[in-house]
Design a protein around this ligand. Structure first.
Ligand code: HPA
Length: 273
């Protein structure tokens, strides 16, 4: 794995200077799911625009804050806003939430995202626990990050998801009476949504949901040694599954409708960790 420390020394020093504690659990809040930060006690909020070398978030629904927060005595680090490859950022910037979480000492990394439902049993509003991911569309970038020698080993996603962490998530869903589906997350580079033909191909190759984030954060986080799991909120039928045109507006609206369920689940997961 390439050493990024020289690049982010100043950034990590700036966060550590104001960090009120060492977080145990880090969470990356996906499109429209950032409101979770408002539902718990935040101890310290840092606008990412104030941090040296931190990329600007350009997507609606990604606010650009890092929060230190507490819930049921658990110390949390929340990333409200993520950095996407489709925004034009190099992968070494896109993995910053995982990099920072690891540098601050987090043991668990929970990634969340909005995704389109490819599996025809999924409907908007469903939650999908990621049991696997596909990194085929992001191999070049992962090679840039890890170097040629180790890419074969690292891009297998072999340490993702953490089996124990996934069992805890399933138990949390049971306790909250939330039906959580399971499936494979398929990475699309974006920035445009997929075409119906691409979705048919992804479905044939085993995709259950499709999105434009998370895979690199998961690979990198797991390679750092954190326990990583991911939950997708299905915000729309993927292209061609329903006759409707996809829109970021729809993604945000579904996320808003499902946020109570999502927040309940995440809180229960935190309680169980
Ligand atoms: N495709 C890709 N990314 C997405 C989608 C989708 O259908 N929905 C939310 N993020």
């Amino acid at each position: 794995m390439k050493n990024l420390d020289f690049k982010y020394e100043e950034l990590i020093a700036a966060i550590k200077k104001v960090a009120p504690f060492k977080p145990q659990i880090a969470l990356v809040l996906g499109s429209g799911l950032g409101g979770f930060a408002k539902s718990i006690k935040t101890v310290k909020s840092i606008p990412t625009s104030s941090l040296p070398n931190y990329p600007k978030s350009t997507v609606q629904g990604h606010e650009g804050f890092i929060h230190f927060a507490e819930y049921k005595k658990k110390k949390l680090l929340l990333f409200q806003g993520r950095i996407h490859l489709y925004e034009g950022y190099h992968i070494s910037k896109c993995i910053l939430p995982s990099y920072i979480s690891n540098k601050l000492g987090a043991e668990y990394l929970l990634l969340t995202n909005a995704a389109g439902g490819v599996n025809t049993n999924f409907i908007p509003g469903d939650l999908m626990l990621n049991i696997s991911m596909n990194a085929i569309n992001i191999k070049k970038e992962l090679t840039d990050l890890f170097g040629i020698a180790t890419i074969e080993q690292k891009n297998q996603l072999s340490d993702f998801p953490n089996a124990n962490f996934n069992s805890i998530i399933i138990n949390a869903a049971l306790e909250e009476n939330i039906h959580i589906k399971e499936g494979t997350y398929w990475f699309g580079k974006g920035p445009s949504y997929e075409t119906p033909a691409e979705i048919r191909m992804a479905a044939k190759l085993g995709a259950d949901a499709v999105g434009m984030s998370t895979v690199h954060e998961a690979v990198y986080g797991a390679a750092c040694g954190m326990k990583v799991s991911a939950i997708s909120l299905i915000t729309n039928f993927a292209a061609g599954i329903s006759p409707n045109k996809l829109s970021h507006q729809e993604v945000m609206e579904t996320a808003d409708l499902a946020k109570e369920k999502f927040e309940r689940l995440v809180k229960r997961i935190i309680t169980l960790l």
